[in-house]
Write a protein that binds this ligand. Structure first.
Ligand code: SF4
Length: 438
């Protein structure tokens, strides 16, 4: 990369799906000879990948755009908030271009228009696995785009469209490339991982000479042969998910499922336009745990949804206790521009939402603490993430990066960041484990 390479500042906001979009854009930019720089002053142009999921995320994105315009002035916006181009153009008329999510080609076209690519036929600067925004030892693997559901609080389907699954051989080739590059953990993401392949009628493809269907189970099974940790996110508790539990019990997949339940009361779920019967889900979880006792469940929930009564909320608290939800993210409901739920009757005052949020978090903390205590004295394999004065910071199978807990290891033994290590858990608290290296 020469000093004269055109320089791009890149701001990546939002969920792991947006991170993958950012990685794809950065890979294209670098392969064409653009240089990424870390500050606005140095950049010839700034690209901002925005999030528009909830109000707090929209505010963060709007602030980032405002700051980039003030500090640099030449800004291209992409991502979920970019799907509302009119609103953005109204607030920021000087933007160079606005695209929606998952729009690498449009972003590249806008970059070419405002900052032409250098011509260098000898450029070969991009690692085979592409540019990754995650640390070297783990990577997100996006298997599909869009969603066939129409949850009343969500505008993702209107922004990202209906489900479009990537062919399974394409996903597997990317996974293999990542593993060859040294990745130790693959985190499978999408809007609905369990619906993978529905849109292509589970089309048959060839991978390594073997026929594979573009289907949730086939993907999980094929990924399990790669010899790295495989973690499944955004899975719904459909009957066919039962099929992967034996793979977890057998050590072929991490015994971890991220299931965004959002609520447990039938009337709130109905208002949310989400499927799911509390009793059936609890039975299913129990059956899974009978097969795979170490299964860890992560979920997200919304409290204070329009019309949520005290009884609905109690049902939710009962559910997280009965299901033993190991990790939970909780949001207070807020209107999202364009979402159907905005029109629902029974909007709750902010103080009620906040009280329910506090109560939820306290209940969840107690569940997490009790479930973690059971690990004291156990041996665990952990992936070493970082080091500080006290020792090493790692994650076990039970913890996804950024959203779950950590394992803190005393540093009596030298470990390498990005490697697996064996530890004994000596102590736990509400969310984290403390351990000694073996
Ligand atoms: S499942 Fe519901 S919440 Fe999730 S992306 Fe689809 S519509 Fe949105």
């Amino acid at each position: 990369m020469s000093a004269s390479s055109p320089k791009i500042g890149f701001v990546s906001l939002g969920c792991p799906k947006a991170t993958v979009d950012s990685e794809q854009i950065l890979t294209s930019l670098q392969s064409e000879g653009y240089q990424s720089v870390a500050d606005y002053e140095e950049a010839d142009l700034v690209v901002i990948n925005t999030c528009g999921f909830i109000d707090a995320a929209i505010d963060e994105s709007m602030q980032a755009i405002d700051e980039a315009l003030q500090e640099n002035g030449r800004v291209i916006v992409t991502g979920c908030l970019g799907a509302r181009a009119d609103r953005l153009r109204e607030s920021f008329p000087d933007l160079l271009a606005v695209t929606g999510p998952h729009a690498r080609d449009e972003v590249m076209a806008a970059v070419h228009q405002h900052l032409p690519a250098p011509h260098n036929p000898f450029l070969d600067l991009v690692p085979k696995q592409g540019i990754r925004l995650t640390p070297r030892h783990y990577a997100y693997l996006k298997i599909s785009e869009g969603c066939n559901h129409s949850c009343s609080f969500c505008i993702i389907p209107s922004m990202r469209g209906k489900l479009v699954s990537r062919p399974i051989d394409d996903v597997m080739r990317e996974a293999e490339t990542l593993v060859e590059a040294g990745i130790k953990e693959l985190l499978v993401i999408s809007q609905d991982t369990s619906a993978y392949g529905v849109d292509v009628k589970y089309g048959l493809r060839l991978w390594q000479g073997q026929p594979l269907q573009t289907r949730f189970y086939d993907l999980a099974k094929a990924l399990s042969t790669l010899g790295v940790w495989i973690r499944l996110h955004y899975v719904y508790p459909y009957p066919h998910v039962d099929d992967v539990i034996p793979l977890m019990a057998d050590g072929q997949l991490l015994p971890y499922l991220d299931i965004p339940f959002q609520h447990a009361s039938p009337s709130v779920l109905k208002a949310m336009k989400r499927p799911g019967s509390r009793e059936r889900v609890l039975e299913r979880i129990q059956a899974w745990r009978n097969i795979c006792p170490e299964l860890v469940l992560r979920s997200t929930f919304i409290v204070g949804f329009p019309g949520e009564t005290e009884k609905d909320f109690e049902q939710l608290i009962e559910f997280i206790n009965e299901a033993g939800i190991d990790h939970a993210g909780c949001f207070t409901y807020s209107d999202v521009e364009g979402a159907a739920a905005n029109e629902l009757p029974g909007q709750l005052p902010e103080h009620i939402k906040q009280e329910r949020y506090d109560e939820f978090m306290l209940a969840q903390q107690a569940i997490s603490q009790a479930r973690l205590q059971r690990r004291i004295g156990s041996e665990q394999i952990v992936l070493v993430e970082d080091q500080d004065e006290q020792g090493y910071i790692a994650r076990s199978y039970a913890d996804a990066p950024d959203i779950d807990g950590l394992t803190y290891i005393d540093n009596t033994k030298a470990l390498r960041i990005g490697d697996f290590a064996r530890v004994t858990v000596t102590e736990t608290d509400a969310y984290d484990c403390y351990a000694s290296a073996l």
